[in-house]
Ligand binder design. Structure first.
Ligand SMILES: Cc1ncc(COP(=O)(O)O)c(C=O)c1O
Length: 488
């Protein structure tokens, strides 16, 4: 036995003495931080200057919970990016509904573990209920098995793991047992819209990024139907994976979902549908045509921390065949639940064994706001995108680069008189300037060959005045950059 036993009583005393105060003080600061999210800049100026405090040696004796948590809150307030705020349009970042946020705090407070029913009957049953609700919300067949994961990357991982398992079984072997050594490469066919995370998954699963046959008419990535049909034909009866993209990240475009699925169905293909944010088009009569036919997919990816507006991290995979998931992710040992245990074990049908209580936030937001509330969040964002597109169209120094089918607006700063290459360089520089400026968070990408901005609107908090201010600020920063380069 150690001569310095762990002072358990100190933690217990700290909790007894401080828990109430900690919670009430923290609740006050946290409540303020959450309710004042609208007022904070998207990115504080020079956060790394504040964060030099994070380069200190490990404390030999700690400062106690109160001091540590106060320090943490202070650093977050002064140096945190305001990704929950109304002016974060980078990547595809959703907000958090009040119910989702509250439920997530509860899940953390109770340290909920949803590996299996025995660890959290509430969390596990709530996951099944929430997944059922998501199917009803999005038009996913009730017969599909769902599993919660960290995000769309891991949902793609689940979908592709099921596809790979199916593909192996079609060829007469069990991938999860035998691996891929000495086996042929699984063909993967998609448009040019295939998301980077799917390539990452192909790398992680030993299929390889290079397996993808992209059928695109041009550098924007839009489907080349003839080439797609040709690639399918060339399979010559061999099993393959087709990835259909419902919502790409540069302009919010969609593959022709129903058409691709129908074409793939004429061949021996598994169809994976990546609808990380685009599947929410199903909620609105204005956009549901974009995902018509989704029920024909074999596996489907949906993200929650994007357009469902639940806190990070939260994603969902839906797969046609439960058995494939059970075989792909088998997780068994003498001390673990058996496969025939009637009590559910989500940790045995997905990649993560230990899992946090993600279901709390999903269940709570759907319970609190229902289909109608979430439809209104989606339609609010559709309106924001159209409103911003109108600002772009109305300004002589801004140029819209694509249609706006959903919630992303591809545009660039174009003051006139510059060649394409110079415009690309200017917009890249302007992207850096916007991050330094910190009023908005947004990034650049490419639409075809051209450099663009691509603000994505997926947060209930964003107001019309925010998107109007974005158009004004981009032009101010763009003009300032131009003036500086004219002077130097
Ligand atoms: C279409 C698509 N798929 C997958 C992903 C990856 O999502 P996550 O970051 O939640 O893993 C994204 C993220 O933007 C996406 O837009």
């Amino acid at each position: 036995m150690t001569d310095r036993p762990f002072p358990q009583h100190a933690f217990t005393d700290e909790l007894r003495r401080e828990a109430g105060r900690l919670v009430s003080d923290l609740a006050e600061s946290l409540g303020k931080a959450i309710s004042e999210v609208d007022a904070r800049p998207a990115m504080p100026v020079d956060p790394d200057a504040v964060l030099s405090a994070l380069r200190e040696p490990l404390p030999e004796t700690g400062e106690g919970a109160r001091a540590a948590l106060e320090r943490l809150l202070d650093l977050q307030a002064r140096a945190g990016a305001n990704t929950a705020g109304p002016r974060c349009f980078h990547f595809v970042i959703g907000g958090s509904t009040p119910a989702g946020q509250g439920a997530d705090l509860i899940a953390s407070a109770f340290d909920v573990v949803t590996y299996t029913w025995v660890l959290s009957p509430v969390g596990v049953r709530m996951e099944l209920q929430a997944l059922d609700w998501l199917k009803q919300l999005l038009g996913i067949p009730a017969s599909m098995t769902g599993v919660m994961v960290t995000g769309a990357t891991m949902a793609n991982f689940v979908g592709l793991a099921a596809a790979r398992q199916w593909w192996g079984e079609q060829l007469g072997f069990d991938v999860s047992a035998e691996g891929l050594s000495g086996k042929p490469q699984m063909p993967v066919i998609s448009s040019g819209f295939i998301h980077a995370s799917t390539l990452k998954v192909l790398a992680m699963q030993g299929i390889g990024r290079n397996a993808v046959q992209r059928c695109a008419v041009d550098a924007t990535g839009q489907l080349d139907r003839k080439l797609f049909a040709e690639r399918l034909r060339q399979l010559d009866g061999q099993p393959a994976l087709v990835v259909v993209n419902a919502g790409e990240v540069n302009a919010g475009y969609f593959d022709p979902v129903a058409e691709m699925i129908e074409m793939a169905r004429q061949h021996r293909c598994w169809v994976h549908l990546d609808g990380a944010f685009g599947l929410f088009a199903a909620l609105s009569d204005r956009t549901k045509h974009l995902v018509a036919g989704l029920e024909g997919a074999d596996s489907i990816t949906v993200d929650g921390h994007k357009w469902l507006n639940v806190p990070y991290d939260s994603g969902y995979a839906f797969v046609r065949d439960h058995g494939l998931l059970a075989r792909a992710f088998r997780y068994s040992a003498d001390y673990l639940p058996t496969e025939d245990d009637p009590r559910p074990t989500p940790g045995a049908i997905g990649p993560e064994s230990s899992r946090r209580g993600r279901s709390f936030a999903v269940w709570a937001t759907l319970k609190a706001y229902g289909r109608d509330g979430h439809r209104r969040i989606v339609e609010h964002c559709l309106d924001l995108a159209q409103h911003f597109a109108a600002q772009v169209d109305a300004h002589p120094a801004l140029e819209r680069m694509a249609d706006v089918p959903l919630n992303i607006v591809a545009f660039r700063f174009n003051p006139g008189g510059l060649e394409e290459a110079a415009l690309d360089a200017l917009n890249r520089q302007l992207g850096e300037r916007m991050i330094e400026d910190g009023q908005f968070l947004l990034g650049t990408s490419k639409w075809g060959e051209r450099t663009i901005f691509r603000p994505a609107f997926s947060n209930w908090r964003t107001r019309f005045e925010d998107v109007e201010a974005l158009a004004v600020r981009i032009v101010e920063c763009g003009n300032a950059l131009r003036n500086e380069s004219a002077v130097s």
